[in-house]
Design a protein around this ligand. Structure first.
Ligand code: OSB
Ligand code: MG
Length: 358
């Protein structure tokens, strides 16, 4: 007799373990919040009583408003070596979004491992591959970088702005756009660096350029940020994308309720209870984006992207054109390429990364 329906309702217990990591980048990343030299986070492992094993990654970005690694570690320490579904559900997703994501995904993959009938064949067929945007760093170096990446086949690029002098950066726009291959589009990511007037200068400057959107022009925690962003979106034809403004499923719901007309940049790693948020997001205005995870978090996030876009025509490029990132290449996700295939994810083996942290 089939018992699958009932199994769901029986509380599942797990053996729980976690390992912290601190991984130096090959090249430090310059952000609006200074120089980022190493990625700190933790991997979680859950093993079910029936033998299914799953892994998840907690990769916080505190300047996005998530918990810190230390805070996540404290919660892991209090959980102990045995956890139940109930305990995982009790972790406050608003306070510990990254840890909730880690344990949620570990639980999910442990369940898949335990039930081989739930394969991913159907979803893989619906969307065999997704386009990827290449990340190019701030400043004039972007021009040469885009030309080289165009030769590699990339057609979507994300240029970091808001890192230098505004007049200098505005003056670079022509050269950056001239480097784009035919039909390509440019995303600009200001990471909240501008005030209203700066944002208005950029939004008017970009009219008529092949700009797909401007990401987080003003800070998520600026006074009146919601009204400001809604006003800018209404006043300019260049689409605006929310990134720092949509950390945590609660934020996503809030902006959906406000009928945000622009783009949602979704970093699944920072979203806590991801599934509920994803159900409501408009496919045509959602971009999946990297939180600079290792291959473990990348596998979770990219699997969710494949599921989200299954059957969608012309999905927007993912923002995961970031690897290789780490000095120790074993921790990288799939090397940046114009497309990522669902098949590429099967080659990522979380257990190998877990063992490498031993
Ligand atoms: O996937 C992407 O969009 C690129 C990754 C990226 O830009 C990023 C990476 C780490 C922290 C913040 C950001 C950001 O989008 O602001
Ligand atoms: Mg961003």
């Amino acid at each position: 007799m089939c018992c699958c329906g009932r199994l769901d309702k029986i509380a599942v217990n797990y053996t729980f373990a976690y390992r912290r990591y601190s991984l130096p980048f090959r090249t430090p990343l310059r952000t609006a919040h200074g120089l980022w030299t190493r990625r700190e986070g933790l991997l979680a492992r859950l093993e079910r009583e029936d033998g299914g094993v799953g892994f998840g990654e907690c990769a916080p970005i505190p300047w996005f408003g998530t918990e810190t690694v230390a805070e996540a570690t404290d919660v892991c320490a209090t959980l102990g070596a045995r956890v139940s579904d109930e305990q995982i559900g009790e972790i406050d997703a608003a306070r510990y979004p990254c840890l909730r994501f880690a344990l949620g995904r570990a639980k999910f993959s442990a369940g898949l491992a335990a039930d081989a009938s739930q394969d991913r064949a159907a979803r893989t067929e619906a969307s065999p591959y997704l386009p990827v945007a290449a990340l190019v760093l701030a400043g004039r170096v972007a021009v040469g970088k885009i030309s080289a990446l165009a030769d590699d086949g990339f057609r979507a690029f994300k240029w970091k702005v808001g890192a230098g002098d505004m007049a200098d950066e505005l003056a670079l726009l022509d050269d950056v756009c001239a480097a784009l291959p035919q039909g390509a589009r440019l995303r600009l990511d200001a990471n909240g660096a501008w005030d209203r007037r700066g944002a208005e200068r950029w939004l008017s400057r970009c009219v008529g350029y092949p700009v797909e959107f401007i990401e987080q022009p003003v800070a998520a925690d600026a006074a009146g940020a919601e009204d400001l962003l809604l006003g800018l979106a209404a006043d300019y034809p260049v689409p605006i994308a929310l990134d720092e403004s949509v950390v945590g499923a609660g934020d996503v719901g809030g902006w959906l309720d406000l009928d945000w007309p622009g783009i949602y940049v979704i970093k699944p790693s920072l979203l806590g209870d991801v599934d509920d948020a994803l159900k409501r997001l408009p496919k045509s205005r959602t971009v999946f984006s990297s939180a600079i995870e290792t291959g473990v978090g990348a596998k979770s996030a990219l699997n969710m992207a494949f599921e989200f876009f299954a059957g969608t025509e012309k999905p927007r490029a993912l923002g995961f054109g970031v690897w290789p990132l780490f000095e120790d290449a074993r921790f990288d996700g799939p090397r940046a390429a114009p497309f990522v295939r669902a098949k590429d994810l099967e080659r990522l083996k979380p257990e190998i990364l877990w063992n490498a942290l031993n």
